[in-house]
Design a protein around this ligand. Structure first.
Ligand code: ZN
Ligand code: MN
Length: 488
């Protein structure tokens, strides 16, 4: 039967590195890009007798995430040991949380602008729907292993850094929703300053599980998990493949077995790794080295740090600046671009025009030069000035693009000065009118043709006025005055 006759159920476990100065249970520096095995100590190397000390800031960030997602934080949260033997975990257990995590329940909004570009979303509302969460817990990251032909290298710098695990209920129904879930979650992490959530850098990693069951069947099918998927589009591809594979096998009467498969994004297929693995295999038990966390004062502190969420920001951009919904969506999807826009728009009379410049011209220039908005040499104030002189008619839209090029190479220059350097100044209407009179008098034959109804020559007359003028006026204004003088 066709895939559409099966109900698809997807659940996600997302690991997210928390932006902290130090590790979860010791004072070693956290972060990325240091010489391997330089940020280590007896605690994060799992030496006998070394004891852990909690990183309070990481706990705060996790509770803040839960607050942003509508989770409940229990009064007491505790730590558990998840036992396994592997070179990336020298203690032979990961300190994690099992039955009393920092955040319980909650939901992740699927933002309308977070869906893949080729998936149609049929709503103007910022949130398409909410996906239920099971819980969020805090744990430590494992060390980083790099595998070579017949040996592996291990870097313990990453070992013991704070890692938040966001576990959804089996509440997603399609690969497109899964993509939107990851994108929305990433935006929320950035918005709360919790993580940069860059999947390419491994700051956000996801395990997906998916099961199929025939429509009408109540109990879920066997769950197949794929671990460590490293991009949103890879998650979408992996799920599309896996759904088709399971449907085909079910059609042929092959029952699915709970298992873990490895997604090979280059090959575009998944390969079975191991079957059945349950929480009890890890022999979880309460960590005797760490006292439970009493959360009340932390919850109260964090409440004052709630950021404006992307959906609220979307509504505000529309109301405060009168932006079209599509522009507001584009801006809210990119926190850096949005901050730039607001910096430029706050003092501007023409915020819609600013949005247009930011979304179109500025973004195009940044893409061409492979720069991020954070490295944009044109300041928000200079852009606001550029839009202002365009609105005043000192430069036309085309001339403004030339001015932008000047601003790009001369950061710190005002748009007015950059325009002047190209010969564009505020039009002296008296002088311009005199020039126009002269041009009209010198070209009586053309004037007669225009007055006879051939308006094509107006452009030629404008050109002549432009040529005769210094500084260069705005051609639009020249044409306006010409038309008025010709009585058209
Ligand atoms: Zn350490
Ligand atoms: Mn985990």
């Amino acid at each position: 039967m066709p895939v559409s006759d099966y109900l698809v159920t997807i659940g996600l476990e997302v690991h997210c590195q928390i932006k902290t100065q130090t590790k979860m249970f010791c004072s070693c520096r956290a972060g990325f890009g240091y010489e391997p095995n330089t940020n280590v100590c007896p605690t994060c190397l799992g030496m006998p007798g070394a004891l852990p000390v909690l990183n309070e800031y990481a706990i705060e960030r996790t509770i803040l995430t839960g607050m942003m997602l509508g989770c409940r934080t229990p009064e007491v949260s505790k730590w558990d040991r998840k036992n396994y033997f592997y070179a990336d975990m020298p203690k032979n257990y990961q300190t994690s949380q099992l039955d009393l995590p920092l955040c319980i329940g909650g939901r992740v909004p699927l933002y309308s602008w977070a869906f893949p570009a080729d998936a149609s979303v049929d709503t103007d509302e910022p949130v398409v729907r909410y996906v239920q969460l099971d819980h969020i817990h805090l744990e430590e990251d494992a060390a980083k292993l790099t595998h070579f032909g017949n040996y592996s290298l291990v870097d313990y710098n990453r070992g013991g850094t704070p890692l938040m695990e966001i576990v959804s209920a089996p509440d997603l129904t399609s690969p497109d929703e899964t993509y939107a879930y990851l994108k929305s979650l990433q935006q929320l992490m950035i918005c709360g300053g919790i993580s940069d959530a860059d999947m390419e850098k491994g700051q956000m990693r996801c395990d997906v599980n998916v099961s199929l069951r025939p429509r009408g069947q109540k109990e879920l099918g066997a769950k197949i998990e794929m671990k460590n998927i490293n991009s949103m589009s890879a998650a979408r591809r992996a799920l599309n493949y896996e759904i088709a594979r399971q449907a085909e096998e079910l059609d042929r009467g092959i029952a699915q077995v709970q298992s873990t498969r490895r997604w090979d994004d280059a090959l575009g297929e998944s390969i079975v790794m191991r079957t059945k693995e349950n929480a009890h295999d890890y022999r979880y038990h309460t960590c005797p080295d760490l006292v439970p966390v009493h959360t009340e004062t932390i919850v109260a502190k964090v409440r004052g740090e709630m950021p404006e969420l992307p959906d609220a920001r979307r509504q505000r951009l529309v109301q405060q600046y009168g932006l079209p919904v599509s522009d507001a969506n584009t801006l809210v999807a990119d926190a850096g671009l949005c901050a730039y826009f607001e910096a430029a728009a706050s003092s501007s009379q023409a915020p819609r025009k600013i949005a247009n410049w930011v979304i179109n011209n500025l973004t195009a220039a940044l893409t061409e030069k492979e720069l991020s908005i954070a490295d944009c040499p044109v300041s928000p104030a200079a852009l606001a000035d550029l839009v202002a002189i365009t609105e005043e008619g000192i430069v036309s839209n085309n001339q403004a693009r030339e001015v932008l090029d000047v601003l790009w190479t001369k950061p710190g220059m005002s748009a007015t000065d950059a325009a002047a350097s190209l010969g564009y100044r505020k039009t002296d209407t008296g002088a311009l009118e005199a020039t126009i009179e002269t041009v009209l008098a010198d070209n009586a034959d053309m004037v007669a043709i225009v007055k006879g109804g051939n308006l094509k020559l107006v452009n030629a007359l404008t050109g002549k006025v432009m040529k005769a003028s210094n500084p260069k006026p705005n051609p639009k204004i020249v044409t306006e005055i010409l038309m008025a003088k010709l009585g058209l």
